[in-house]
Write a protein that binds this ligand. Structure first.
Ligand code: SER
Length: 322
C-alpha cells in the first residue's frame, strides 16, 4: 500500500491502559510501520516496543508533538494522554494543565498540518449530580464536580470548535469505566473494577474503595477499541455529533461484579472501604443512553458482565501462570 492511501497514525498515551492495546490493534489494521506509539512517563511493554515505532512525546510541549508528526508524516492522531479523575482531584492544577494544554497542542498541530483525523476520548465524567443518572441522554446537563470532568467538558467544546471553525475532522466518545487485563489503569475512579479482578486472582481478597451498591457504566477493552476504530472508520457524513458520543456497554454495582467473579472463584472475599473516590462515583451516571451512536455509526458493543468476567479471568489466570 502506498503512503497516500493508508493512514499514518500517532497515538499519544500509547503506554497507558487504552493506548497499549489500541496501538497494537491499529498496527494490525493499518500496518505496524504506520502507527507510532508516543509515550512519556511509563516505559513501553516489550510487545509495544517490538511491534512498531516508539517515540518519546511530551504532549504539553507542542514542539515535541510536531517533531514526531514531521518525521513520520502523521495524518491522524489518537490523543489518549491524560490525567484521570482521582489523580485530578488530588492535583487539579496538574489535571488542567496536562489535559487542556495537550488537547490544544494536538488540535493546533492537526490544524497546521492539515490532518485528516483526530480521535480524542471524552468520559462519563462530563456528567454531574444534576444530570439524570439513569439512561443519561446524549444531550443533557454537563456540570461536573471534578477537575477531570471539567477538562472533558471544555475539551468537547474545543473539539467541536475546531470542527466548526477549521473543518478539522475530530471525533470523540464518552467512555465509561474501562476494564482490561493488559496494562492497569492509573488514577481513575473506575479502577476498582479492574483491581478487583487482579486481586481476586492473586489473593482471593480485595478491599474496594467504593460502596458495594455503587453502580457505574463499564466497558470491556475489546469494545472500547471497537468504539474508537468504528467511529474513526465511519463516513464523515454520518458523524453529526462532534462534542462526543455517549457509548455504553453494561452497568453493574461493585457487589454485582464481586458476585460474578465469585461464580469462577467461589472463595473470593470482597470488603468495602469507601474513600474520597466514592464522592466522584456518586456524581456520575449509573447507565448511559447510547442510541444516537448506535443509529449514526452503528455502535454495537459485544460484551456483557458475564462474558467480560469469563474472559478477564481466563486471560489474567494465564498471565499470572507465566
Ligand atoms: N475511568 C475514568 C476515571 O475513572 C473515567 O473516564 O477517571
Amino acid at each position: 500500500m502506498s503512503k497516500k492511501n493508508t493512514k499514518r497514525i500517532l497515538v499519544t498515551g500509547a503506554t497507558g491502559q487504552i493506548g497499549s492495546e489500541l496501538t497494537i490493534e491499529l498496527r494490525n489494521t493499518y500496518g505496524c510501520d504506520n502507527v507510532v506509539a508516543g509515550g512519556h512517563k511509563r516505559a513501553p511493554s516489550e510487545k509495544l516496543f517490538q511491534s512498531g515505532p516508539f517515540e518519546f512525546v511530551d504532549v504539553t510541549d507542542k514542539q515535541s508533538i510536531e517533531t514526531v508528526v514531521k518525521e513520520y508524516e502523521i495524518d491522524t492522531i489518537y490523543h489518549l494522554a491524560a490525567i484521570l479523575s482521582a489523580t485530578g482531584e488530588q492535583d487539579p492544577q496538574l489535571a488542567w494543565s496536562v489535559n487542556m494544554n495537550s488537547l490544544y497542542n494536538i488540535l493546533e498541530v492537526a490544524r497546521e498540518h492539515k490532518m485528516t483525523g483526530v480521535f480524542w476520548p471524552s468520559s462519563i465524567a462530563v456528567f454531574g449530580p444534576s444530570t439524570p443518572r439513569l439512561n443519561t441522554p446524549q444531550e443533557t446537563v454537563l456540570t461536573p464536580r471534578t477537575m477531570y470532568g471539567t477538562t472533558k467538558v471544555a475539551g468537547e467544546l474545543l473539539c467541536n470548535y475546531y470542527f466548526l471553525r477549521f473543518g478539522l475532522d475530530v471525533r470523540s466518545v464518552r467512555y465509561p469505566g474501562i476494564i482490561s487485563n493488559e496494562t492497569p489503569p492509573v488514577g481513575g475512579t473506575t479502577d476498582y473494577a479492574v483491581e478487583m479482578f487482579y486481586e481476586a486472582i492473586r489473593k482471593k481478597r480485595y478491599t474496594c474503595f467504593v460502596r458495594e451498591d455503587t453502580v457505574l457504566p463499564m466497558m470491556y477493552m475489546p469494545d472500547c477499541i471497537k468504539a474508537a476504530i468504528d467511529l474513526m472508520e465511519s463516513d464523515a457524513s454520518r458523524i453529526k455529533h462532534r462534542a462526543s458520543y455517549n457509548v455504553a456497554s453494561t452497568s453493574f454495582s461493585a457487589g454485582e461484579l464481586a458476585a460474578e467473579i465469585r461464580k469462577h472463584i467461589p472463595d473470593f472475599v470482597c470488603e468495602y472501604k469507601p474513600d474520597f473516590r466514592q464522592k466522584i462515583a456518586d456524581s456520575w451516571p449509573t447507565s448511559i443512553d447510547d442510541t444516537v451512536a448506535r443509529k449514526e455509526w452503528n455502535w454495537n458493543p459485544t460484551y456483557d458482565l458475564a462474558s467480560m468476567t469469563r474472559d478477564m479471568i481466563e486471560k489474567l489466570t494465564k498471565k499470572f501462570e507465566t
